[in-house]
Design a protein around this ligand. Structure first.
Ligand code: PLP
Length: 398
């Protein structure tokens, strides 16, 4: 008898979590490991969120809430969508979930029938294909071009659409690339989506981390027809340094939100009541609190790219958003480092960890074996130390 489902056997465990575990193990053995792997803000949760969470505990807000979340929080999310994204949503078009990952998995379960296809770009965030598969769907991966900052073009999109296509999954700003889709690019994608009645699941979790003169545009802003087909995914993890609290949310048409509520009602009921109040406090925090974190990320980003500019064997995609730099390491392949011949991103990541105690994520985790991802959601001191070590590693290649 098959004691574990075939479904699970087809799912890859998260490679980023595996690398973190390996780095933690070396740390426990007493090594000083520089962690460029984690996609987690190193800042503390804003004071207003903590206070609201503590107050919720003290006044006994510890009972079940409505499945989509407390009305005040959904109203605050509607206000945020209006203020930041110029979008009108009502609270019955919002559902809060236990992290954006859970928003994505609930949304795909709500819209996908077995075998229906979801189009996404490679390189992709590690969990996307697996979340789609768990929901019974089929990921259809477009191998996007580096010259186009790994963004999906309209022509590439048209080539892979079939009568089974149910949704396009977009992520802007993107993980792992840090690329941003412009309004024009989104207009092109929206036209195809509307013409073919395809949903766009728009993961906007990094929307607050946009550098230089770039702007965030939600594809739902393009037209009312597109808004009807858009499922916006967002949450507090990255914008408000609240990864452990687990609060994500979804904005979509009422039917999608209702369907997600049916699934969530039988799965987790709702995100923790305490977390919901903390998220409400977070949404009310002073703009300066977020600005401070943003400014620090920007300083680190600029420092990191100035150092990478000096390492001539590497090229990178100029990061416009999020907190990652996606680096092309083809120039390092075929060389030996401390006697280890490196041919691919995983061997490179292993060698960097073993020889220099620097943890990075190999591109293969994102479906692209020629790159590695470095996160700058870590202190300047660590970034300096880590880049010194990478520089040293490269020098030793023969
Ligand atoms: N979407 C993207 C692109 C991410 O990078 C992440 C986290 O790494 C998430 C969603 C999930 O965020 P959460 O912690 O809210 O589940």
């Amino acid at each position: 008898k098959n004691m574990i489902s075939n479904k699970v056997k087809s799912i890859q465990p998260s490679m980023t979590l595996a690398i973190t575990a390996k780095a933690n193990q070396l740390n426990r053995q007493g090594y000083d490991v520089v962690a460029f792997g984690v996609g987690e803000p190193d800042f503390d949760t804003p004071h207003s969120a903590k206070e609201a969470g503590i107050a919720a505990i003290q006044v006994g807000k510890s009972k079940y809430t409505p499945v989509p979340g407390i009305l005040e929080l959904r109203q605050a999310i509607c206000e945020k969508l209006k203020k930041d994204n110029h979008l009108d949503y009502s609270p019955d078009q919002i559902i809060t979930n236990s992290g954006a990952k859970h928003s994505l998995s609930t949304a795909f379960q709500a819209i996908l029938d077995p075998g229906e296809e979801v189009i996404l770009a490679a390189p992709y965030w590690v969990s996307y294909p697996e979340i789609i598969k768990i929901a019974g769907g089929k990921p259809v991966v477009i191998e996007t071009k580096e010259a186009n900052n790994f963004k999906i073009t309209v022509d590439e999109l048209k080539e892979v659409i079939t009568d089974k296509t149910k949704a396009i999954l977009l992520n802007s700003p993107s993980n792992p690339v840090g690329a941003i889709y412009s309004r024009e690019e989104l207009e092109g994608i929206a036209k195809v989506a509307v013409e073919n009645s395809i949903y766009v699941v728009s993961d906007e979790i990094y929307e607050k981390l946009i550098y230089d003169d770039n702007h965030h545009v939600s594809i739902a802003e393009i037209s009312s027809e597109m808004k009807e087909l858009t499922i916006i995914i967002n949450g507090m993890s990255k914008s408000h340094a609240m990864t452990g609290w687990r609060l994500g949310y979804t904005a979509a048409n009422k039917e999608v939100i209702k369907a997600m509520g049916i699934i969530q009602g039988h799965a987790v009921s709702h995100p923790s009541s305490i977390t919901q109040y903390a998220a409400l406090g977070a949404l009310q925090c002073e703009e300066s609190v977020l600005q401070k974190m943003f400014d620090e990320y920007d300083i680190r980003r600029k420092y990191m790219i100035s150092r990478l500019d000096e390492m001539k064997q590497l090229t990178y995609i100029y990061p416009q958003g999020a907190f990652y730099v996606f680096i092309n390491v083809l120039g390092l392949f075929g060389k030996s480092y401390n006697g280890k011949l490196v041919h691919n991103s995983l061997e490179l990541a292993d060698a960097l960890l073993e020889d220099e105690k620097v943890a990075v994520v190999p591109g293969i985790a994102f479906g692209l074996d020629t790159h590695i991802r470095l996160s700058y959601a870590t202190s300047m001191e660590e970034i300096k130390k880590g880049l010194d070590r990478i520089e040293n590693f490269i020098k030793n290649g023969v």
